[in-house]
Design a protein around this ligand. Structure first.
Ligand code: PMP
Length: 368
């Protein structure tokens, strides 16, 4: 058998035969598969970004602020107002997407000979982050309805004693948020092995009124990290800016592994401009939440089984053949996500028109 050109290269043994992350990037009318905000960036925000980027362009001959100080202040300000938790700039870290933030966390706290644990079905990148830093990945388990209880999470952490635990709340792909008592139980169990607990709140801004952010638990918990991103609520997936809040010691530790000047002056300028318009952008978050709640109600009305969602997407079961339903939707110009769980699909809450288009197409499929 002839080796592929890639396999003929001296790649690390653990990368052999592995696949890269690969959600389909198709150009169709309704792209509801990767949980972006589907509204265009508001004109006022486009103008502000263009202005700030133009100003940054004038000093591109110089390296950017390595400590992204102005941006950290703005991110701290946003989190403080969004979650009513007082945070300082020293508690904030940022990188090119929360993907890179998570990579920094694992580079600092995991690495060879250590293990990383999360609870599938969850964000499919977690095992890949672990692989990238040569750590063992431990797949924990959930209840059959994909929820997690404090007792179960704590018992699994005590059994495996990983160096980093990643909780995802609201969880991708199921949409469900964790009660803070689950995070508390995880932190307490993790403390026995001085394990870092990360709560990935990529979809935190979409949480239901009764759900509290884990940001409120940071005080007095030096090994707790809460990650966020501007890719979802801020409609900035293309801008690549993820961030976290933690104790100042954690952000100090991450300085040891980041590459110098990892946040370009262009990225800092664009993100800063978007943060100046956070209020405007959060108006779309409210519209998206309305469509999200509508999806849950209407999918249930169609006899399907949507999971409660605190995110900007809905995960639903009850399909006879998820692959056939996915293809029917795509034929109608609607791209949703098949995450490989039988009878289930995940759909991003889009604009009202996109949501109507999705529901209409799915109803046609069900009545075929
Ligand atoms: N965490 C979760 C749960 C996600 O769903 C995503 C993106 N789909 C990310 C992190 C990464 O987002 P980004 O790198 O764009 O910030």
């Amino acid at each position: 058998m002839t080796e592929s050109p890639l396999e003929a290269l001296p790649i690390r043994p653990e990368l052999r035969g592995q696949q890269p992350y690969g959600a389909p990037q198709l150009n169709v009318e309704a792209m509801l598969n990767v949980n972006e905000t589907t509204y265009d960036v508001p004109e006022e925000v486009v103008e502000a970004i263009a202005e700030q980027v133009r100003a940054a362009a004038q000093s591109l001959n110089r390296y950017p602020d390595r400590e992204f100080t102005a941006l950290r202040h703005k991110l701290a300000g946003f989190l403080t107002s969004e979650s009513a938790v007082a945070l300082s700039a020293e508690q904030i870290w940022a990188a090119n997407g929360s993907n890179e933030v998570m990579q920094h966390i694992l580079q600092a706290f995991a690495g060879p000979g250590r293990s990383v644990m999360s609870f599938p079905p969850t964000y499919s990148m977690y095992p890949l982050y672990a692989r990238g830093v040569n750590s063992e990945y431990i797949a924990g388990t959930r209840s059959p309805d994909f929820t997690q209880t404090p007792e179960d999470v704590a018992a699994q952490i005590r059994e495996h004693r990983p160096k980093v635990v990643i909780l995802c709340s609201p969880n991708n792909p199921t949409g469900t948020a964790l009660q803070l008592e689950v995070v508390e139980a995880a932190y307490r169990a993790a403390a026995e092995s001085e394990t870092i607990v990360v709560v990935d709140e990529a979809y935190g801004e979409f949480r239901q009124p009764g759900t509290e952010s884990a940001l409120s638990m940071l005080a007095g918990r030096p090994r707790l990290i809460v990650t966020r991103t501007m890719s979802k609520a801020f409609a900035m997936a293309g801008g690549r800016l993820g961030y976290l809040a933690a104790s100042p010691a954690v952000t100090d530790a991450l300085r040891l592994v980041r590459l110098p000047y990892h946040l370009s002056a262009i990225t800092q300028a664009a993100a800063g401009a978007a943060l100046d318009h956070a209020q405007n952008l959060m108006a779309n978050v409210e519209r998206i939440k309305t469509q999200r709640d509508r999806l849950v109600v209407e999918l249930r009305g169609m006899g399907l089984d949507p999971h409660p969602s605190d995110a900007n997407f809905v995960f639903f079961g009850g399909l006879d053949d998820a692959t056939a339903a996915w293809q029917h939707l795509l034929d109608d110009g609607i791209l949703v996500r098949d995450v490989g769980i039988a009878h289930h699909l995940r759909v991003t809450a889009g604009t009202e028109a996109e949501t109507t288009g999705f529901l209409t197409s799915l109803a046609t499929y069900l009545n075929r």
